[in-house]
Design a protein around this ligand. Structure first.
Ligand code: BV8
Ligand code: ZN
Length: 284
């Protein structure tokens, strides 16, 4: 049975040498971004996870780009919440040294909203301190694009609104009850380098997560894993805490609900909204 004792947790935290944080959609819920288990799991009449696949992309690039255009614009105005800032403080020496003086911190997020990095960059700027922890967006970022051509290396951050004129207003057309528009391939985003189609630079189901070797190394050297706001259903992210435990490390779960996939094997479980729980329990 996991402990809920904050003092015991903070003692483990203060002795930790390498901390792995694995976060999911629950971390961004308080920022107004729906979780996949919530209504974020559906878009128009589609199951979001079906659209986040290579098969969907090959079958209907117009629909997949409309989906990602919608999510880009959903996320664009969203801001980090206190949960993001608490984890960002774990990556900046002046705060981390207070609670985990001897620890390296690697924060692997499944989220593609960019809010973990935004919070870290913001705190680094305002504190004037360079982070000594790392944030890895293992499933990519909504505002990154990559060329669809196998022989072109173009990839870039693209904050354009809209990412291409033809996608603007597609959501409103469907919301008004009209048939889903078909955006011609020629009018979808194209690579400035080779003129082939661009795709969102996110990791779809069946695709290799980003920086997976680095992530596995961080898991193998971790003696503490914080599992924050994730249903732990998607691999390989969901297998990382177990990897830490098998190496003798400890697991602390932070989730709105109890009995998530890792609760029974967790050493600590803190049930509640991470946007308020995290900073309070971390002592940051
Ligand atoms: C891979 C980007 C090989 C895109 C995402 C059978 C057939 C085919 C494949 C598989 C299969 N079995 C397993 C697989 C592998 C597959 C997989 O796991 N499928 C699942 C469905 C079974 N995985 C893959 O394909 C991965 N690739 O395995 O490649 C490989 C592996 C290693 C090395 C080399 C090669 C790629 C998976 C990536 C998919 N892309 N996102 C996009 O978003 O469009 S996944 C997407 O869904 C998210 O990124 C995230 O990972 C996942 C959603 O999960 P959560 O983040 O946990 O969100 P969820 O809503 O589920 O839960 C929210 C939680 O928060 C809840 O617990 C809730 O209680 C809590 N919460 C809510 N509010 C709060 C809160 N907690 C605290 N505070 C709150 N306020
Ligand atoms: Zn190209």
């Amino acid at each position: 049975m996991p402990s809920t004792n904050i003092e015991d947790f903070r003692l483990v935290l203060s002795n930790a040498r390498n901390i792995l944080v694995v976060s999911g959609a629950g971390l961004s819920a308080a920022s107004g971004i729906a979780t996949f288990r919530g209504q974020g799991g559906r878009w128009r009449k589609y199951d979001a996870s079906i659209l986040a696949t290579l098969a969907a992309w090959h079958e209907n690039q117009s629909r997949v780009w409309q989906f990602f255009h919608y999510r880009r614009e959903e996320v664009r105005s969203k801001r980090p919440n206190d949960g993001h800032y608490a984890l960002a403080r774990m990556c900046i020496p002046k705060w981390r040294q207070v609670v985990a003086p001897n620890a390296t911190v690697t924060h692997v997020t499944q989220n593609i909203d960019g809010l973990c990095l935004e919070a870290l960059n913001e705190l680094s700027t305002t504190s004037g301190e360079q982070p000594d922890g790392t944030v890895i967006e293992m499933h990519g970022n909504l505002f990154d694009v990559v060329c669809n051509a196998f022989d072109c290396d173009y990839r870039a951050k693209n904050m354009d609104y809209p990412i291409c004129p033809a996608l603007e207003g597609t959501e409103a057309i469907v919301a008004a009850g009209h048939v889903e528009p078909v955006v011609r391939r020629a009018d979808l985003p194209h690579c400035p380098k080779c003129q082939q189609l661009l795709r969102p630079d996110v990791v779809w189901f069946g695709e290799r997560p980003k920086q997976i070797q680095r992530i596995l190394e961080a898991a193998d050297s971790a003696d503490l894993c914080l599992v924050v706001g994730t249903s732990s259903l998607v691999q390989p992210a969901s297998k990382l805490p177990e990897r830490v435990r098998l190496n003798g490390g400890k697991i602390a779960v932070f989730n709105l609900e109890s009995n998530t996939n890792h609760s029974n094997e967790a050493d600590f479980e803190f049930v509640g909204p991470c946007e308020s729980e995290l900073s309070q329990i971390l002592g940051l």
